[in-house]
Design a protein around this ligand. Structure first.
Ligand code: C5P
Length: 285
């Protein structure tokens, strides 16, 4: 039996645009995504000789075929014709769930990377990401990591220059948002403002954090904020403590801010912790 170890990094969306509904029911996206230093740890025992098993350090997360990490192991083994003779996956969870931070997708992506490494890297990182699309729309990016333009359903990836170093604070409110419902809602409204992805790309090319901050925009943010005024409270705290930019990530409900320094981040973090148990300081990775 061998044990594999792999980190699973959370993502945020610097931009998120929804271009339209597709015939398959999904939506075409254009999003600049970034991995951040909030991570789950994934351990995989391979060749246990026992039935497949998944364990998670927190309750309320499915530990069977519904878990994306399990699905990823199945998809990899089927696609590559591997029979690992028993797999046990253990996930130490730190990425908040139902936050729009791709927690489940990051675990799945970590499983793909670990299994591919174990079998001698038969798939390139982009081929592995493509396989990840069978598991979920965010899995391809979570496989690649770093900074990337993500298009199509989430499977078309283009690497971008690394985001300039900075400090994020992420706050996950108690409420959660159903992603399919949010997409359905967005179909019924006209999007008043789209992100300028070209400007975001130029800002990244120039390594200009101020311009990156200026171009942060997620089309889902106004839709969720209109229904959950609490989002405005979190943003107002970020604003009054000097945040350079703040925005909901993905389909929510976590909100992140770019803070001017670690000291400011620590202060706003303590402030938010009075009302929210799930507040984190992170860096781009
Ligand atoms: O692919 P995944 O299972 O993560 O997607 C969850 C839900 O989000 C889908 O069932 C769909 O309703 C919505 N979605 C979408 N278009 C995308 C990604 C997700 O409509 N590109």
């Amino acid at each position: 039996m061998t044990t594999l170890y792999e980190g699973a990094f959370a993502k945020i969306n610097l931009t998120l645009d929804v271009l339209g509904k597709r015939d398959d029911g999904y939506h075409d996206l254009q999003s600049v995504m970034q991995t951040i230093s909030i991570r789950d740890d994934v351990e995989i025992d391979i060749g246990t000789g026992k039935p497949w098993k998944l364990l998670c350090s927190v309750e309320g997360i499915p530990t069977d075929e519904r878990n994306l990490a399990w699905k990823a192991a199945k998809v990899y083994c089927e696609a590559m014709g591997k029979d690992p003779n028993g797999i046990e996956i253990r996930i130490t969870k730190r990425i908040p769930s139902e936050a729009g931070m791709g927690g489940g997708s990051a675990d799945a992506a970590a499983v793909l990377r670990a299994l591919n490494r174990y079998y001698g890297d038969p798939l390139s990182i982009f081929a592995l990401a493509e396989l990840g699309a069978q598991v979920g729309s965010d899995v391809p990016f979570c496989t690649l990591c770093g900074t990337a333009m993500v298009e199509g359903r989430g499977e078309r990836l283009r690497k971008l220059p690394d985001m300039p170093d900075c400090v994020f604070v992420v706050c996950k409110p108690e409420f959660s948002v159903s992603t399919p419902e949010l997409y359905r809602k967005l179909d019924t409204v006209s999007i008043a403002k789209h992100p300028d992805n070209r400007a975001m790309e130029s800002a990244l090319l120039a390594g200009d954090l101020g311009k990156v901050a200026e171009n942060i925009w997620n089309v889902f943010d106004p839709v969720v904020t209109a229904e959950h005024l609490e989002m405005n409270y979190i943003k107002s705290i970020f604003n009054s403590y000097g945040a350079v930019a703040f925005q909901m990530t993905g389909s929510g409900s976590a909100v992140y801010a770019i803070m001017p320094s670690f000291e400011y981040a620590a202060v706003v973090c303590n402030m938010l912790k009075e009302n929210y148990p799930q507040v984190y300081i992170a860096k781009p990775v």
